[in-house]
Design a protein around this ligand. Structure first.
Ligand SMILES: Nc1ncnc2c1ncn2[C@@H]1O[C@H](COP(=O)(O)OP(=O)(O)O)[C@@H](O)[C@H]1O
Ligand SMILES: [Mg+2]
Length: 359
């Protein structure tokens, strides 16, 4: 049996790292990239530049065997229409409908009786304790759809906006962790060990393994993530973000794709999240998900200067995404490995400080 040709909807850094894994596995892979993003994947990949209309997706799907995603922007109706035409989507349109909608995600969490922060859908007459957090129900990422609400008057523009919002209780979060699950088409599910994620203004700036959350919480987080992957009929890598509050876990959100919290699996795990996602989507056996060393990843946000004069410290690796810089935009990351998280973090920051970045 030859492995199927995989079609990836998207052409950002996640697609770029999927491409690296596809090269290592010698898998055939193609990318559907929106106009403006064509530079990111470079010249080596098979890239189609087109929009996310049904016609464009039909054309793209006709020369691949299975479709998968690096973002949640394709309209769900389009995904359903493709599936009805017999196109193989991994994960499925139904799963994407849940994962791309923060309200549908919360309904899934409630069905599974998982602990989540208190929330309501925002309407003109919504009453909710302040301060709280407002979240765009669709389309938000990297903190772009998240607002800290201090006064009722902050809600006006959100009620008036074209997109729907929900309000959520503001938790006193001690720690944030993330679990990546990988699911095969046959329903086998495995998880990566939880990592700690550190956010600034709603954007992930650093990821650490080990997470330091303790065995018991980590085990529970993995069980929660597995239950979500199973209930949603998932295929591929699914990221589950959780909060630790006073020794208790709350589920925050899921992302139906490879995830920023798993970038350091390239250097620090037996099998990277990118390789395992492709393995799952192609119906190949999964690789082991253990970490082989403590590791820390720091994101590079803003605009990167030239590499000239950048001397990478030992046990660090720089990944540049080939993206045009903008404030708060993720344009690269650095992974450092060391005997402890503290040492790896110090190394990663030392490397970052040597790079010319305009934040
Ligand atoms: N209920 C909450 N209480 C406290 N902090 C929160 C809450 N919800 C979100 N945050 C903070 O905002 C970040 C981004 O929120 P999230 O819902 O994960 O949005 P995004 O889709 O942009 O990742 C979280 O990682 C966390 O740091
Ligand atoms: Mg998040």
């Amino acid at each position: 049996m030859t492995a199927p040709r995989i079609g990836v909807i998207g052409g950002g850094q996640l697609a770029r790292m999927l491409f690296g894994a596809a090269l290592d596995l010698d898998l055939a892979i193609s990318f559907l990239v929106r106009p403006g993003d064509e530079g990111i994947l470079g010249r080596a990949a098979d890239v189609t530049v087109d929009d996310l209309s049904l016609g464009s997706l039909e054309r793209f799907a006709s020369h691949v065997d299975v479709l998968t995603f690096e973002h949640e922007l394709t309209p769900i109706d389009t995904l359903k229409a493709l599936e009805n035409q017999g196109v193989c989507l991994r994960p499925s349109a139904e799963t994407m409908a849940i994962a791309a909608n923060k309200l549908a995600q919360r309904e899934l969490f409630q069905r599974l009786k998982l602990p989540i922060p208190r929330f309501v859908r925002l309407n003109a007459d919504t009453v909710f304790d302040l301060p709280c957090i407002a979240k765009a129900i669709t389309g938000g990422y990297d903190g772009r759809g998240v607002r800290w609400i201090n006064e009722a008057s902050d809600l006006g523009p959100l009620v008036e906006s074209d997109t729907p919002w929900l309000l959520e209780e503001l938790l006193e979060v001690d720690k944030e962790i993330a679990v990546l699950t990988v699911s095969t088409p046959d329903g086998d599910i495995t998880t990566y060990p939880p990592v700690r994620t550190i956010q600034r203004d709603g954007i992930c700036v650093e990821v650490q393994w080990p997470s330091g959350a303790g065995e018991e919480l980590e085990g529970r987080a993995q069980a929660i993530a597995t239950a979500i992957a199973r209930e949603s009929g998932y295929v591929g890598v699914l990221a589950v973000e959780l909060f630790v509050v006073a020794g208790k876990l709350y589920v925050n959100e899921i992302a139906p794709r490879v995830h920023n919290s798993g970038h350091m699996t390239i250097e620090a795990a037996s099998t990277s999240q990118f390789e395992n996602h492709l393995r799952a989507v192609a119906g190949l056996p999964l690789g082991p998900t253990n970490f082989t060393t403590p590791a820390v990843m720091v994101n590079l946000l803003g605009e990167l200067g030239s590499l000239e004069g950048y001397e990478p410290p030992p046990n660090t690796r720089l990944h540049r995404y080939g993206k045009e810089g903008r404030p708060e935009r993720k344009v690269g990351h650095i992974t450092a490995t060391a005997a402890t998280v503290a040492e790896a973090s110090q190394l990663a920051h030392r490397a970052r400080d040597r790079i010319c970045i305009h934040e």
